[in-house]
Write a protein that binds this ligand. Structure first.
Ligand SMILES: Cc1ncc(COP(=O)(O)O)c(C=O)c1O
Length: 442
């Protein structure tokens, strides 16, 4: 083994504690285990303890950890070339652009690659601004998360007062003030306190009123996740998304979908396949490169794209390793792994619904592919959020070898978003630990 790797793998907890004063960590739920290696859905920590990871490490590792087939392909490629400047052509860049646009909605035919999710969203904002030269402001939704770059922070919940101690973004909004937020269609817990069915889609009416009366000048774009992830695993009603689409058409506003978490994870390549509604701009990141950093902004034929006079230039925007990984991932998804994502997602939903009958503290189960949220409540009638119990359940599960995520503005939504390679046996273990946790933590 390379001696540098050997010394790295041999580091002790005391070394790490001593070195930690040199590191700044700006986010992430802590404390968390010290991860040494992984295989499939499993992670192993420095003490040799194993965990099933239902967070897929930032929800990004669709193939899980140390996937042999992916690793073989990527290693073979790295012997030829790795990073290439954006101005030079590489076959993998063209092949990935062709493949992605072939899977995307019909009108979406051009891609710009970039380095991370926030940059991909900013790419989408830039395209919208370019196509709406008079417009200055964007509309985003309550409880949205679109990143922590200076350009995206103002659209994310971390800049609001809604999340107690997780409000870091509010310190930087001096440079990110271009977003007006409107109510999200969170039907289980409507921000307008209306009931689904009799609400008259008030959230959509407020969106329209905001466009007409709440903004100075035209709207540059409407930015939204088609299924809000960190906001609480909120699946939007199709009628709402269709209403937003119609509104954008009526006012000539570009509709930007942040698909950084939905890409493939909701069981279809793009969210248009799930909802039957299409945006004008799509932003991708996270899972796109199977763990290798790559992100993308995709745009419709109706929009003017980037021009090569440095409108969008990033050092690592043409990373061939990530492009190859993204292509290999798509090939593997096509060969059964996307199907497993759907199969295991449905299986988990059925089992969680059964658990809900037994435990009234489970207020709602929301599932699309392996994008699953379980909402914890004190009482299923009042729906009072129970973030405290969820926090206890999460710790119990961590101690018993299952890592769950937490989301929602009230920190009461358990997130189950494992790698797509999860087996039924592994899913059963996840459910078993969740059940034990619900029995133990009152
Ligand atoms: C929906 C969504 N948009 C944007 C981002 C930002 O991506 P990144 O962290 O790669 O900048 C995230 C990250 O969690 C996300 O979940």
């Amino acid at each position: 083994m390379d001696p540098m790797l050997e010394s790295l793998y041999g580091m002790k907890k005391e070394d790490i504690r001593a070195y930690s004063r040199h590191l700044m960590i700006g986010g992430g739920t802590r404390p968390a285990p010290m991860i040494i290696r992984g295989k499939g859905v499993w992670l192993e920590d420095i003490d040799g303890k194993k965990y099933i990871d239902c967070t897929s490490q930032s929800w990004a590792m669709y193939l899980g950890f140390a996937n042999e087939e992916l690793t073989r392909t990527v290693c073979e490629h790295t012997r030829n070339i790795t990073h290439v400047h954006q101005g030079f052509d590489t076959p993998s860049r063209f092949a990935l652009a062709k493949k992605l646009t072939g899977l995307a909605p019909k009108k979406i035919n051009r891609v710009s690659f970039t380095v991370g999710g926030s940059a991909a969203v900013e790419g989408g904002l830039k395209i919208a601004l370019k196509n709406r030269p008079e417009a200055r402001e964007f509309i985003s939704l309550y409880d949205a998360y679109h990143g922590t770059s200076l350009g995206t922070m103002g659209s994310s919940w971390i800049s609001t007062r809604s999340m107690g101690k997780f409000i870091g973004g509010s310190r930087f909004t001096r440079l990110s003030r271009q977003f007006i937020r409107v109510p999200n269609p969170y039907c289980y817990r409507c921000p307008l306190e209306l009931e689904k069915g009799s609400c008259g889609m008030m959230c959509l009416r407020i969106l329209k009123l905001t466009i007409e009366k709440g903004i100075n000048g035209p709207v540059a774009g409407i930015l939204m996740e088609p299924l809000q992830a960190s906001g609480g695993q909120i699946i939007f009603p199709k009628e709402y998304l269709q209403g937003v689409r119609d509104t954008c058409d009526e006012y000539g506003i570009p509709l930007i979908w942040d698909e950084i978490q939905t890409y493939c994870r909701i069981g279809t390549w793009f969210a248009s396949g799930y909802y039957g509604v299409e945006p004008d701009i799509i932003c991708l990141g996270k899972g796109l490169g199977a763990g290798y950093p790559i992100a993308a902004t995709l745009i419709s034929d109706d929009l003017e794209g980037f021009s090569p006079d440095s409108e969008e230039l990033h050092t690592f925007a043409n990373n061939t390793v990530s492009q190859v990984a993204a292509l290999k991932l798509i090939e593997m998804l096509e060969n059964g792994i996307l199907e497993n994502c759907n199969r295991m997602g449905n299986y988990l939903r059925q089992q969680l619904k059964m658990l809900q009958k037994e435990f009234p503290g489970i207020g709602d189960v929301r599932q699309a592919g392996l994008h699953i949220g379980v909402e914890f409540v004190k009482d299923p009638v009042t729906k009072e959020a129970d973030g405290e119990r969820l926090s206890g359940v999460r710790s119990f599960a961590m101690d018993h070898g299952v890592i769950f995520g937490v989301g929602g503005m009230k920190r009461n939504v358990l997130k189950i978003k494992p790698p797509f390679v999860i087996t039924e046996e592994e899913a059963d273990r996840v459910l078993e630990v969740l059940r034990e946790a619900l029995v133990s933590v009152k």
